[in-house]
Write a protein that binds this ligand. Structure first.
Ligand code: HAM
Length: 434
């Protein structure tokens, strides 16, 4: 029997769990400030939920099987189809815009590498029922606020943003037939990671004349002002540039403009995006995408639900964890042991005095531990030290004038004559620390 989990799966020992808890707590704290409500769905879904909508890459990575009722099923590789199904089913009665978030564990049979595992937790934040670009601006500004709350700055992280409608307008203006658009998307998506000749060959194979292919290859270096200057008057492009300019103005007012970079190579692999799309990356280019998302206005309708515009993003725990550790920003606070209870004199039988004390102190809200077998006093104290206790409560059931003695480094011993007085004092200590 192997001692290791499956490739791409993680054991969370308490130390790693504390890091995960830090990430989750930060996510929840910030997302709630933006008034999103938490939801969850099933980790196992009908296979067809993904085969129709998620795009080829995710479909080849599915953990799928036929269940005992002969149903083709898959472990969820992403949350968006579940979210769209859930909202679509109750769209009539939900207050719009819907603002929901979730922290699902997701499963993808990927080639495991730095930043990519076969399971990960992913913060999903989505808005349904609003087509205005202010919703797009609200969403990305929150992703950036999460970065800030982790202690990251705009020198650490950059948000790269594009718009599928603008890109389509450009392709239309360049007279590229829409049958070739998926091939152009795929080339743009890989432009940074793939040699230029390979990209050029792929564009030629998609039927693009050399001059048009050259223009596409140059998209990587165009900022928003350059696109405006070059294509601002083209009828297929202008409305999308105007909308995008409005979006940028909102980002400025929301105080996140310095984090944003316009980048036409951000197209996103998933099949359902229709509008503004974005990804967050570390500035050095050391890690995979921290987060990705965008607008998907047709997904709810195509899943048989209401025809409502929608947008959202997913932020995984793996890359953000790697980035925080590399920058010395990871925090991992486990539960701090406050009191160790030791019983004196040692008893051969169960230490009833210690147990009653522990119960009362726990009910008063303190974190308390004691030795789980009868031991000599010095052994008990030694065990408490190793456990990292802040203070010791020595219970002396034979003593009438000092039954509870609290011992702390740097303080004189404190004597309590009733358990109530000890608990009242201890819970105050607890309150002053938390
Ligand atoms: P995605 O780009 O596939 O989008 O994933 C979003 C983020 O999840 C990535 O940027 C990365 O941080 C993390 N992630 C994805 N796959 C893995 C993996 N194998 N290992 C570790 N981390 C991973 C989506 O899933 C969309 N459904 C997001 C969305 C929500 N769009 C709209 N709403």
């Amino acid at each position: 029997m192997s001692q290791k989990p499956l490739p791409g799966f993680r054991d969370f020992y308490p130390e790693q769990f504390a890091e995960r808890a830090h990430i989750f707590e930060t996510w929840r704290r910030i997302v709630r400030r933006y008034a999103f409500l938490e939801y969850d769905g099933p980790p196992l879904e009908p296979l067809e939920l993904y085969t129709q909508k998620s795009g080829d890459e995710i479909v080849t990575q599915l953990y799928n099987f036929v269940d005992k009722g002969d149903r083709p099923v898959a472990m969820r590789p992403e949350m968006t189809p579940t979210f769209a199904r859930m909202v679509g089913a109750k769209a009539q009665t939900l207050r719009k815009p819907v603002r929901w978030f979730s922290l699902p564990q997701l499963f993808r049979y990927e080639r495991t590498q730095k930043g990519r595992l076969r399971e990960h937790f992913q913060l999903n934040v989505d808005i349904v029922g609003e087509s205005d670009v202010l919703a797009d601006a609200e969403l990305i500004s929150m992703a950036i606020e999460i970065m800030r709350s982790f202690g990251l700055t705009n020198t650490d992280v950059r948000a790269r943003v594009s718009d599928r409608r603008l890109l389509n307008g450009l392709l239309e203006h360049l007279a590229i037939p829409d049958t070739s658009w998926p091939a152009v998307y795929a080339v743009l998506d890989k432009l940074e990671r793939q040699p230029r000749e390979v990209s050029a060959e792929k564009l030629a194979a998609a039927g693009l004349p050399t001059e048009t292919a050259e223009i596409i290859l140059g998209f990587a270096t165009l900022d928003f002002a350059a696109v405006q200057a070059r294509y601002g008057e083209a009828p297929a492009v202008k409305p999308h540039l105007d909308r995008f300019a409005e979006y940028l103005a909102h980002l400025d007012a929301l105080g996140v403009a310095s984090w944003i970079r316009f980048d036409l190579t951000i197209v996103r692999g998933l099949a359902y995006y229709t509008g503004i799309v974005f990804e967050l990356f570390d500035n050095v280019g050391e890690f995979r995408a921290i987060c990705g998302g965008g607008r998907y206005d047709n997904l709810l309708k195509s899943l048989g639900g209401a025809d409502l515009p929608a947008l959202g993003f997913g932020m995984g725990d793996v890359v953000i964890g790697e980035l925080l550790r590399s920058r010395g920003l990871m925090q991992s606070r486990g539960t701090a042991l406050e009191f160790w209870i030791a019983q004196s004199p040692e008893q051969a039988s169960a230490p009833a005095g210690a147990l009653q004390t522990a119960t009362a102190m726990r009910q008063a809200g303190c974190t308390v531990e004691y030795a789980l077998k009868a031991q000599k006093l010095d052994k008990q104290v030694d065990a408490g030290r190793k456990a990292g206790a802040h203070a010791f409560v020595i219970v002396d059931t034979a003593s009438t004038d000092a039954p509870w003695r609290v011992r702390r480094a740097g303080h004189d011993d404190q004597i309590f004559t009733t358990l109530e007085a000890l608990c009242a004092w201890a819970s105050l200590q607890n309150g002053s620390r938390s």
